[in-house]
Design a protein around this ligand. Structure first.
Ligand SMILES: NC(=O)c1ccc[n+]([C@@H]2O[C@H](COP(=O)([O-])OP(=O)(O)OC[C@H]3O[C@@H](n4cnc5c(N)ncnc54)[C@H](O)[C@@H]3O)[C@@H](O)[C@H]2O)c1
Ligand SMILES: N[C@H](CO)Cc1c[nH]c[nH+]1
Ligand SMILES: [Zn+2]
Length: 425
């Protein structure tokens, strides 16, 4: 495989990947329509077709006994690391909690803004080619910190039972109910509701292209967090960077999915060659080799640019999910970054630290959408309401202006609602 590319070659790969999304969208539309029309029947049909699901509607919901049993199957080391991760992620997200606020004016008017959690949150936890207990934490913790009472999790069951690590993570992180379905059909169920699965107010979480397009298409019937599809990393490096670090970091995101992406951008041609050599070396050792190869073919490579300016211009154009700066004094470059879901600074901040333990959320926008989306946060589970209180004095001071503006719009009932209150005084 050709690993060292020029800028145009990389951009062509990105364009081809974008074009592929249109074919997937047709398939996803069909799945959504069927679940909308046939509910649970379609849900079970697709779970059987895509995930080899053998159960029926009666056991779509995971029982408390199954979760109890999962605790016996996971090791203490996992449980300790999981609890550490939950604590870190909780501490970080608690800092995001916004405060309701009120202002009182001299005439007694009170204005404000209050925050209310959504009643029911639907969280998607991927489970196609790997199980993701870390994504359980990243979804459920901000929902819990926001004060959501009902946290409904969906995740595909591969094989006989649910992944025990995912089940344990769900109980530890505060998920209130779990359904063993994934893919676009699970997103449809959360958006429309079925006899078995409740309709939710917001759907959050990452997933493959089917899941991500399904979220995009149901947006409006339900809120969504963002488009958090196949993982991506762009690494900007100069000659001070270690080729083995760059190669490993690039592969770490490519291994998620055949549509994931790993890109190194540098202006040092010799460094590019050393990274390519390391990539070939590591590929021989890694178990998800086939996935990585396809991902690099589809959307990866080591790009040699002219200089630092061009490197940042390209990274901003790609608007990646993760951006690593493998440069000396990386803080000095923060102002150059326009688009990135999360930024990792310096040689000891490889992206996987953020995937599991650093504290910020690993659910992040992909496919160029860090241009306008932000990481998953407590905000995604909260709604704002404005609060307006007029004192009599404040009302009388504003009444004439409101009448004037309403009558200008030809809305005389609006004006009347103000006038009747003046004439009564
Ligand atoms: N952006 C982020 O924040 C973030 C975080 C973690 C993971 N991810 C991404 O999540 C994804 C996980 O993917 P995954 O596949 O392992 O799990 P997944 O749960 O997202 O998708 C698997 C499901 O897709 C459905 N499916 C599979 N083939 C299908 C087909 N041909 N037609 C319709 N539906 C089909 C099946 O129901 C299957 O269970 C990866 O792309 C990974 O990079 C992203
Ligand atoms: N890198 C993923 C976000 O794109 C998150 C993740 C979970 N587990 C491992 N990685
Ligand atoms: Zn990852």
């Amino acid at each position: 495989m050709k690993l060292i590319l020029n800028k145009e070659e990389l951009l062509n790969k990105y364009s081809r990947r974008k074009a592929m999304e249109e074919d997937f969208e047709q398939q996803v539309r069909k799945i959504l329509n069927e679940v909308a029309n046939s509910g649970d029947e379609a849900l079970i049909k697709y779970a059987q077709e895509f995930d080899g699901f053998k159960g029926d509607l009666n056991n779509l919901k995971v029982s408390e006994e199954e979760i109890d049993k999962a605790y016996k199957e996971v090791d203490d080391g996992f449980l300790n690391s999981l609890r550490k991760a939950i604590k870190r992620v909780t501490d970080f997200h608690q800092k995001q909690l916004p405060q309701s606020w009120f202002t009182t004016e001299e005439n007694g008017n009170i204005l404000g803004q209050i925050y209310t959690p959504v009643e029911v949150a639907g969280i998607y936890v991927p489970g196609g080619t790997a199980a993701y207990p870390s994504s359980v934490v990243m979804n459920a913790v901000p929902a819990k910190v926001a004060g959501v009472k009902r946290i409904v999790m969906v995740s595909p069951q591969k094989g006989e039972g649910m992944n025990p690590y995912v089940l344990v993570a769900a109980r530890e992180a505060g998920v209130t109910e779990i359904y063993r379905v994934g893919g676009a059909h699970a997103i449809a169920a959360l958006a429309f509701g079925t006899k078995t699965i409740p309709r939710v107010d917001v759907i959050t979480g990452p997933g493959n292209i089917y899941v991500t397009l399904a979220k995009k298409l149901v947006y409006g019937m339900v809120n969504i967090d963002m488009l958090a599809g196949p993982s991506e990393v762009v690494i900007i490096a100069d000659s001070s960077a270690k080729p083995e670090y760059l190669a490993a970091d690039m592969l770490s995101q490519a291994e998620h999915d055949t549509l994931a992406s790993g890109v190194v951008i540098t202006w040092d041609g010799e460094l590019a060659k050393s990274v390519a050599q390391k990539v070939e070396e590591y590929l021989k050792l890694l178990s998800r080799r086939e996935i990585i190869l396809k991902a690099l073919e589809n959307c990866g490579g080591i790009v040699v640019v002219d200089d630092e300016e061009e490197a940042f211009q390209l990274a901003n154009q790609l608007a990646p999910e993760h951006l690593e700066l493998m440069l000396p004094n990386p803080f000095g470059y923060l102002a150059k970054i326009k688009n990135a879901g999360a930024v990792f600074l310096g040689q000891f901040s490889p992206e996987p630290m953020g995937d599991y333990l650093a504290g910020p959320n690993h659910v992040l926008p992909t496919s160029g959408t860090s241009r306008f989306y932000s990481p998953l946060s407590v905000d995604n589970f909260l709604k704002k309401s404005s609060v307006i209180y007029y004192s009599q004095e404040g009302f009388l001071a504003d009444a004439r202006d409101v009448i004037k503006l309403a009558e200008t719009e030809g809305l005389f009932a609006h004006a009347l609602s103000v006038k009747v209150r003046i004439s009564n005084e």
